[in-house]
Structures are given as C-alpha cells and as structure tokens.
Design a protein around this ligand. Structure first.
Ligand SMILES: [Fe+2]
Ligand SMILES: [Fe+2]
Length: 176
C-alpha cells in the first residue's frame, strides 16, 4: 500500500508553487510517460511517476526583459540539484518511505546530464525511466515549460495515474 499518492504530492502548496514556474503540463506529461516507460523497463511505476512529476521542481525562472532567457538558463542552471533536495524534503514531510524518497531524489538529480562528465555514468533503471520521460515531452528552446493546462484537467490526469498505479499494485498482490 502506498503511503503517499500522486494527488497528495500534486496538491501540496510546495508542488503547486514550483510547478507554476516550471510548467504543470510538462510535469504531468512526464509522469504519464514515466508510467509507460516503467512498465517497459520493469520499474516501480509509483516511484517513476512521482520522480517524473517532481523532476523539474527545482527550476528557477530565468527572465530577461520579461521573457525566459534560455541561454542564461543553460549556463547557470542547477535545477536538478535543487529539485532533488526540494523533492526529498517534501516527500519525507508528507510521509513517504525514506528509502523511496532517496531513490526518487537521486533520479531527479540525474534526470539531466548538463553538468555531468560525458559517458561516465550508467543510469539505474528508475533514473533512466525518469530521464526518458522528461525527454519524451521535451520541445525546442524549453517550450515544454510553457505549455498550459487547466487545473481541473491536471488533477483528473493525476487521479487517473493514481488509479492505474493502485489497480496495478492490487493485481500484482493478487498474483502473489
Ligand atoms: Fe529538467
Ligand atoms: Fe523537464
């Protein structure tokens, strides 16, 4: 049984505040992709969707003359580092298992390789799934951060993912 649902994470004020900056639509699309890739790579869909939902919560807005400056962002960004820490704090606070919170935080830390030496890191399956899910929704010049979604649609899609994860858990339990 899960201690924490996606909805519990999504509606939390810290998540809402952060996703308003980095893009709620992108976070939800990434969580949906993560569910799909989790099945493909035999990764726990609960962990994968949580990490994907939160993967960009460390973003800061890099504005110049009222618009997001993508070049400035690429030079100075540490959003994955901030996001990993922020997600970990949030997850532990709302009752997530500490081992799970750590796995999710590390997957968030490694979802982008912008500051890592090339080719020296082999991602674990959960980390790979989160990176793939992010990539699947990526658009040129960071446009995926600007996609919009209505609040009620966002919540419906999060609830639909929770239902799929819960029913998957149940059927796995029934087999055992
Ligand atoms: Fe990111
Ligand atoms: Fe992203």
């Amino acid at each position: 049984m899960r201690n924490v649902s996606l909805e519990g994470i999504f509606v939390h004020p810290i998540t809402q505040k952060s996703l308003k900056r980095s893009g709620t639509a992108h976070a939800i699309a990434a969580a949906e992709y993560a569910y799909m890739f989790a099945k493909r790579y035999d990764v726990n869909p609960d962990h994968a969707t949580k990490a994907a939902l939160l993967h960009d919560i460390g973003h800061y807005t890099w504005y110049r003359d009222g618009a997001w400056d993508y070049e400035l962002y690429k030079e100075s960004d540490i959003h994955a580092i901030k996001g990993a820490s922020r997600a970990h704090k949030l997850l532990v606070r709302i009752g997530e298992d500490r081992h799970v919170a750590k796995e999710i935080a590390v997957a968030i830390l490694l979802h982008t390789d912008s500051y890592l030496p090339n080719g020296e890191l082999e991602l674990k399956p959960l980390q790979k799934v989160v990176a793939l899910a992010d990539e699947a929704d990526e658009e040129i010049n960071g446009n995926h951060h600007y996609k919009t979604i209505e609040d009620h649609v966002a919540l419906e899609r999060i609830r639909a993912l929770d239902t799929r994860i819960d029913s998957g858990e149940k059927s796995a339990h029934e087999i055992v």
